[in-house]
Design a protein around this ligand. Sequence first.
Ligand code: 5AD
Ligand code: SF4
Length: 481
Amino acid sequence: MSGYHTGNKVIDETKQGEALVIDGVGSRKLYIESYGCQMNFADSEVVASILSESGYSTTRNMDEADLVLLNTCSIRDKAEQTVRKRLKAFHQVKNQRPNLKIGVLGCMAERVKDKLLDEEKLVDLVVGPDAYRDLPNLLEEVDSGRKAVNVILSKEETYADVNPVRLGLNKVSAFVSITRGCDNMCTFCVVPFTRGRERSRNPQTILEECQQLWENGYREITLLGQNVDSYLWYGGGLKKDFDKASDLAKASAVHFADLLHMVASALPEMRIRFSTSNPQDMTDDVLHAIAKHPNICNYIHLPVQSGSSRILHDMNRGHTREEYIGLIDRIRNIIPDCAISHDMITGFPGETEEDHQDTLSLMDYVRYQFGYMFKYSERPNTFAARKFEDNVPDEIKTRRLTEIIEKQNAHSLERNRERIGLVEEVLIEGNSKRSDQHWFGRTSQNTVVVFAKTGDESPGDLVHVRIDDCTSATLLGTLQN
Ligand code: 5AD
Ligand code: SF4
């Protein structure tokens, strides 16, 4: 998962850290960096909101900060190493500025807990993903000279009533959290341990947040969760207890497809995206909702992790290769022009050359628009770490990763070439990175489009662009009148 889908790149966590800022009037300054998935970026906005009530405003300039927070990721070892390096650098700064407070939030706070405080003495504050409401109290502890930690996971917390302070530079597109945690227990994944049980947010509060975003000029929202398809609201209970709910609660329950209908109908001109989908939980109702509402984007991020049924079984993904292919076929039937992207892991324990070939052939079958590809990284205490040996040598993981990246690049280029000559509807997000004479936006299929400005359009506009050329990551076009 990345801060934003940036095309068919291997995610390199070292590039994910991003200072998120608004200029505010609080007397104390918060500098916050977010690493890892979109959920962390969204959570940082919740944190900024909670701390604004304690008089903190955010700053992009670390030099004027009173408080530095790192919202961290544990998904792969490399992600944690990046954070450790960053914490050491901040620790050096603290030697010069002893009043500076440093805190770690997010998944690494949850996984490493008070070791960061005690053994490594790197930080003043450790706060897990469900404890952000406690930040004002914890900061008081820190102010009075004590170290503070809260890593208690919750079965209820969804921050439903917190109105996130929008920190992104782009005022067109925003994230809206709809679920927290994950119950899937994929054997390689640390997330169920760092983010706890899956819970869904009250749909009314989701709708209100989306409406407010529309009123504030936002034109695209991404409904976020570790596994959005398993969204289920029946008055606040956990999904696992749904069977025990009353008949009335069951009859009025809101599933993910219902939520999509609700938001898409209430805001018919807002573009709606969602992430991340899980093949095991994605129902045809969701596909029909996408097909029905023109404002729900034709794009599904559908991680598969491997093309081999044997590996999928050991990963506890809950589906076979054939079942995944069945879902792909249904997507193609129900939403003919739907882009699909993936996450893939190479070198899971026991992965043979034949399993790897199965991954490559699955990619050939689907011809994904783009994908996020990773080498397996053993995570402490996961089922895979406890039961399987991390036995694929690193050079083989790397070679397989290179092969799938090359295949993905070829598919991305083919997919993009198919768009040449078409006129695409593009939501303008801002200036192109390379030139302020060009706009940057996305198609419904989530592909980046760059085109020359003509002067009359601005970010947030939906415009028509004829596609003239492409690379594997970008479409290049001309604005149509
Ligand atoms: N090693 C490598 N990649 C992982 N992912 C999750 N856990 C691991 C791990 N232990 C990848 C998966 C997931 C994405 C967010 O990160 O592909 O979909
Ligand atoms: Fe991890 Fe699997 Fe949950 Fe995704 S669905 S967060 S990979 S356990």
